[in-house]
Each structure stands twice: as structure tokens, then as C-alpha cells.
Design a binder for this molecule. Structure first.
Ligand SMILES: [Zn+2]
Length: 309
């Protein structure tokens, strides 16, 4: 499943190839991929004639900021977007506040892939949506499991009122809102395993199974530890570890072991260097103790019983 680093890789890839190209139209092959508007025709009418000024990310949601297309206004990105663009080269989407704008929203869910292809490229059988851009290129959404979603957010609507999952989403890990103090407050007195809390998108956005396991290893905390039993230094170490594993993966371009391709169809390579994820029975890379696996919240958790106390 694409996690935050993969989605961030898609965002960066999309920013490299799609900006300032007008969306000339599209073809929706699976209607229910379009979550809003309820009419596919309204969706295509909404985005057509617009150009993509900038791709943003909140958790695992991608938001393409739309401006009037080149035929009308020269498709000049807004000032806000240019500031966001400069910042995004340093740190992933750190302080993004959703501007008052019009958007194309995309969530990849389990198996969604956003590919950048010439329009004459033969269709993959799981192709769900094709968005045609100028010069005969297209953004092609391929999604085997069909949980992926797209939205058009009209300019007069608040983005959270259309992409409703954003309303309950916790802070992005790279935002200053995800402070040690915030994290400690969210974990205080909670009698549930820390692994479950890390997967809770209302506490922090975008962390899935892989990076939760990896961050807990780096912080030296066992996944079944109850939140209420964590001491302040552990919470601080865990927050740092989350940022480190996400950054390492973003720098490596995502993972190889998920069903993920970035926008240009290239696999990432974080998988080869995982400390614990999917390594049960294999020797810990630090102490050689076999990695253990247990079930928490219906998901597998991997950890080293020696390095994580
Ligand atoms: Zn170990």
C-alpha cells in the first residue's frame, strides 16, 4: 500500500512533469473512482480547461491546485504556490496550509498508481481514469483494487467539505504541529498499544504499517507497549524516529515491496534496507536476534525483542 513517502514521491514526480499544462479533458472508465462531484460529467467539466499550478500533500491525500488554463489566463501559478514550491524542495510539504483554491484531489488507497504516459500508450486493464493534458500526455490512474478516489473541489467550496477525510486528519509528521508536546498529549493516559496509535490517522497523518514498525525499531520501543506507559524521552525519540524513517524513504524514492510506481513508473528502493518490516525470523541487523512478529489491531507488527524494550 502506498504510504506517506510513496505519496510524497508521486507529488514530487507530478510537480516535475505536469505543472502549467492544461487539462484538456478525460475519460472515466470506473465511475465510482470519482468521489465528488457525484456526476462524472460534472467532474470532467470541472477540471477541464484548468492547468495544474502545484501538487500539495496532506497525509496521503494529493491535492493538485488548479488555475484557469493557458487559453484564458496563461496558467500562471499563484504566489502561494511558488512559495510552496520553493519550500517543498527543502522538506516535504512541511508547513502546507490548504489555500483557498480549486483542486483535483487524489487518494491512491491500496493499489492506486498515477502514471505519466503518452496518450497512445495501450491501456492497462486496471485503468480507471485518464486525464488528458496538453501535448498528448496524460495522467493515467491505474488501480487494481478500486479503492482509489478522485475529487474535484470547486473554487467556492472549502476543501475539507468535499474531501471529507481531511477534516479528521491529524497533523502531517513534517508539520510543526506534530511537536513532542502534541504527540505526548495524544498518547497520555491511553491504554492501547503504541503501534495502534501510530496507525491512527487522527493522531498523525500518513503513517502505515511499514513506517510504524521501522520507527518503533529506531526508537527502541516494542509495538505492544501501552501509550500510557511511554516515558517522555521515549516519546521524543519516537517522534524523531518517525521523521527519520520517512525522510530516509522519501530520499530513496519509496518502497519496492508495495504495489507502487511513482508518477513516471519507476520503483523506489526502501524495501531492501528495512530494519524489521516483513523480516520475521530473520536476524536483527544490529544484534542478530531473530525478528518477531505479532498481531496488533488486525495488522502484523515486526520487532526485535532485544533492541526494543
Ligand atoms: Zn536487535
Amino acid at each position: 500500500m502506498p504510504e506517506l513517502p510513496e505519496v510524497e514521491t508521486v507529488r514530487r514526480g507530478a510537480n516535475q512533469v505536469t505543472l502549467n499544462r492544461e487539462i484538456t479533458g478525460g475519460d472515466v472508465l470506473l465511475d465510482r473512482t470519482i468521489a465528488y462531484p457525484f456526476s462524472v460529467a460534472d467532474f470532467l467539466n470541472g477540471i477541464s480547461g484548468k492547468a495544474i499550478a502545484q501538487w500539495h500533500r496532506r497525509g496521503k491525500y494529493l491535492l493538485a491546485e488548479l488555475v484557469k488554463g493557458s487559453r484564458e489566463q496563461g496558467a500562471i501559478p499563484s504566489c502561494k504556490s511558488q512559495v510552496a514550491s520553493r519550500k517543498s524542495q527543502l522538506i516535504p510539504n512541511s508547513e502546507f496550509r490548504i489555500p483557498n483554491s480549486e483542486f483535483l484531489g487524489v487518494h491512491l488507497r491500496m493499489t492506486g498508481q498515477l502514471l505519466w504516459l503518452p496518450q497512445d500508450e495501450p491501456l492497462h486493464k486496471h485503468t480507471r481514469v485518464r486525464l488528458f493534458l496538453a501535448e498528448n500526455w496524460e495522467l493515467r490512474f491505474v488501480d487494481q483494487r478500486t479503492f482509489g478516489q478522485m475529487w474535484w473541489v470547486p473554487p467556492e467550496r472549502a476543501v475539507e467539505s468535499v474531501v471529507t477525510g481531511l477534516a479528521t486528519l491529524g497533523p502531517d509528521p513534517f508539520s510543526s504541529d506534530f511537536s513532542v508536546e502534541y504527540f505526548a498529549t495524544k498518547l497520555r493516559d491511553r491504554r492501547r498499544p503504541i503501534k495502534n496509535a501510530l496507525l491512527d490517522q487522527s493522531i498523525v497523518a500518513g503513517i502505515g504499517n511499514i513506517y510504524a514498525d521501522e520507527a518503533l525499531f529506531r526508537a527502541g520501543v516494542q509495538p505492544q507497549t501501552l501509550c500510557a506507559d511511554l516515558r517522555s524521552p521515549q516519546i521524543s525519540r519516537l517522534r524523531t524516529a518517525i521523521l527519520e524513517v520517512l525522510e530516509a524513504s522519501i530520499n530513496a524514492g519509496g518502497t519496492t515491496f508495495s504495489n507502487f510506481l511513482n508518477v513516471q513508473g519507476v520503483n523506489g528502493n526502501y524495501g531492501g534496507v528495512a530494519w524489521v518490516y516483513n523480516r520475521s525470523g530473520k536476524p536483527c541487523r544490529i544484534c542478530n536476534t531473530p525478528i518477531l512478529k505479532l498481531r496488533l489491531a488486525g495488522r502484523s507488527a515486526h520487532f526485535c525483542p532485544q533492541c526494543q524494550k
